[in-house]
Design a protein around this ligand. Structure first.
Ligand code: UD1
Length: 422
C-alpha cells in the first residue's frame, strides 16, 4: 500500500451494510470560501449543490476578505446564502493567514466530519482548508484545478500545486489543466473537465449588470468623462498582484504608463485595498486628478461586470478578469509575464504584455486602431459548469446508490480501490 493510499482511508461515514441495508443518510459537504474571487465561483456551486437531493451543504467563510466592498456586497449581489460559520481570520502574511485559517477550521471540521470539503481557486484560504481536510482524512474537491503559471514566486502557484496534490476530485476549467495534472502524476480518474464556474456567474448576472454610465456617475466621473468614455470608449483597469504593486519604483512606472494611456483613452481603475495603500505610500495618489483616470474603491460584481462588458479594453493582472473578458469578447491586456489561464491567450481575447510599462502603450494603440484581438469561447465555458460539478460530487459521494461510504478516487492499482459500492 502506498503512503498516499494509507492516508486516504474513507472518512467516518456511517457504514451499515452488514445486514444488507444501505445507508441513505444525507452526505455533508462543507464549501470553504475566503476571498473575493472565491465568492464569484461559489455562487453557482452552492446553488447547484443545494438542488441535489441527499446533500447537506454548509458554507464556511474564513474571513480572509472582510471589507464590505470586497465581501458582503458580493454575497448580496450574487445571492449567496450567508456563511454558516465565519472564522474571521482577517489580514496577515500568507503564512499567518494560512495558519490562522487552519487553527480555526480544524475544530469546525472535527465537530461535524463532513463527507467532502470543497475548495475553490488558489487563494490562501483554499490551501489552508485543503491542508486541514487532508490531515483529517476528509476527501477534498478542488474547483479550478490544474492551472499552472509555472512561476513559484506567485503565492497562488504554491497554493494551486499543494491543493491539487491533496485533492480527490479535481475540477478543471480548461483542457491544459488536464495535461498539467496528468504530467504531475495525478490519476486521470480524479480529473473532471467541467468548464468554468466564473463564467457561469458572468452569464447568470449579465442581465442585471449595472450600465457603465450609471456606475461612472456613481463613482464621481464628470459629464465630460462619461460622454467621452461612452462615445470613444474606455479602458477598465485592475492591478493588485504583489509583483506589480508592492515595489514603489515599479508601481510608479506602471502608474505613469497608465497616465500616458489615459491621454488616448479614458480609464476606470477600481483600487484593491493593497493597491490603494501602495499608491498612497508611494505618493502617487494624485493620478486621477491630473489625468483621464477615474479611480474608485473596489466595485461590486454587477458594477464591474457592467463596466467590463462595455469597455473597449481591459488592463489587468487578475486571473478572473482575463477569463471574464474572454467570455465577453473584450480585448484584455494582462500585465504579467505569464498566465495560468492559457485558453484566454490561445482561444480568447487576452494578450500578455509583460510587466514592462513601456509595452502597454503600443498594445493599447493597436486595440484603438484595430479593435484588438477577437476570440472564441473555450470549451465548456457555457454557464453549466456548476451543474456538472454537483453531479460529480453526487456520484463521488455515491448518493444515488445509497452506498454506505464515499468513494475515494484512486489509481486502479490502489489496493483500497475495492473499497467502493458496486
Ligand atoms: C487575494 C488572493 C489573490 C486574489 C485576491 C483578490 C492570496 C494569496 N491572494 O489577494 O489570489 O486575486 O485576493 O482580491 O490569497 N485587505 C483589506 N480588506 C479586505 C481584504 C484585504 O483591506 O477585505 C487588505 C489586507 O489588509 C492586505 C491586502 O488587502 O493588506 C491584501 O489582502 P490579502 O487577503 O492578503 O490578499 P489579496 O492581495 O487580496
Amino acid at each position: 500500500m502506498t503512503r498516499e493510499a494509507k492516508l486516504r482511508t474513507p472518512p467516518a461515514a456511517v457504514v451499515d451494510n452488514l445486514n444488507g441495508t444501505h445507508d441513505t443518510a444525507p452526505r455533508h459537504v462543507d464549501c470553504i470560501v475566503g476571498a473575493r474571487p472565491n465568492f464569484v465561483k461559489i455562487a453557482p456551486i452552492i446553488r447547484a449543490l443545494r438542488e441535489q437531493d441527499g446533500l447537506v451543504v454548509r458554507l464556511i467563510h474564513t474571513g480572509q476578505h472582510y471589507d464590505i466592498t470586497m465581501n458582503a456586497v458580493f454575497f448580496e449581489e450574487l445571492d449567496i446564502p450567508g456563511a454558516d460559520i465565519n472564522l474571521e481570520v482577517g489580514s496577515g502574511t500568507g503564512t499567518e493567514q494560512t495558519a490562522r485559517i487552519m487553527l480555526g477550521l480544524e475544530p469546525v471540521l472535527v465537530a461535524r466530519r463532513p463527507d467532502l470539503v470543497l475548495v475553490v481557486g488558489d487563494v490562501n484560504s483554499t490551501l489552508a482548508a485543503a491542508l486541514v481536510a487532508a490531515k483529517l482524512n476528509i476527501p477534498i474537491a478542488h474547483v479550478e484545478a490544474g492551472l499552472r503559471s509555472f512561476d513559484r514566486t506567485m503565492p497562488e502557484e504554491i497554493n494551486r500545486l499543494v491543493t491539487d496534490r491533496l485533492a480527490d476530485l479535481l475540477f478543471v476549467t480548461e483542457r491544459r489543466g488536464i495535461d498539467n495534472l496528468i504530467k504531475e502524476g495525478l490519476h486521470p480518474e480524479r480529473v473532471k473537465f467541467v468548464g468554468n464556474v466564473m463564467i457561469d456567474t458572468v452569464y447568470a448576472c449579465l442581465d442585471r449588470a449595472v450600465p457603465a454610465p450609471k456606475t461612472l456617475a456613481e463613482v464621481g466621473a464628470n459629464a465630460d468623462f462619461i460622454n467621452a468614455a461612452m462615445e470613444t470608449g474606455f479602458g477598465f483597469v485592475t492591478l493588485h498582484r504583489p509583483s506589480n504593486v508592492d515595489d514603489p519604483v515599479k508601481l510608479k512606472l506602471l502608474v505613469e504608463a497608465l497616465v500616458e494611456v489615459a491621454r488616448k483613452i479614458r480609464l476606470v481603475f477600481p483600487l484593491h485595498p493593497r493597491t490603494r495603500a501602495k499608491i498612497v505610500n508611494a505618493g502617487l495618489d494624485r493620478l486621477h486628478s491630473e489625468s483621464g483616470i477615474v479611480t474608485t474603491s473596489p466595485l461590486s460584481y454587477l458594477r464591474a461586470l457592467g463596466l467590463m462588458r462595455e469597455a473597449k479594453l481591459a488592463i489587468t493582472d487578475s486571473g478572473g478578469v482575463q477569463e471574464e473578458t474572454t467570455a465577453l469578447g473584450v480585448p484584455c491586456l494582462t500585465v504579467r509575464d505569464n498566465t495560468e489561464r492559457p485558453a484566454t491567450l490561445e482561444e480568447g481575447t487576452n494578450l500578455l504584455v509583460g510587466t514592462s510599462p513601456a509595452a502597454l502603450m503600443p498594445a493599447v494603440e493597436d486595440i484603438i486602431a484595430t479593435g484588438g484581438k477577437t476570440g472564441r469561447i473555450p470549451a465548456l465555458w457555457d454557464g453549466k459548469a456548476a451543474i456538472r460539478i454537483a453531479q460529480h460530487v453526487r456520484a463521488f459521494l455515491n448518493v444515488e446508490q445509497g452506498c454506505a461510504r464515499p468513494i475515494r478516487h484512486r489509481p486502479e492499482t490502489d489496493p483500497l480501490e475495492s473499497n467502493t459500492c458496486g
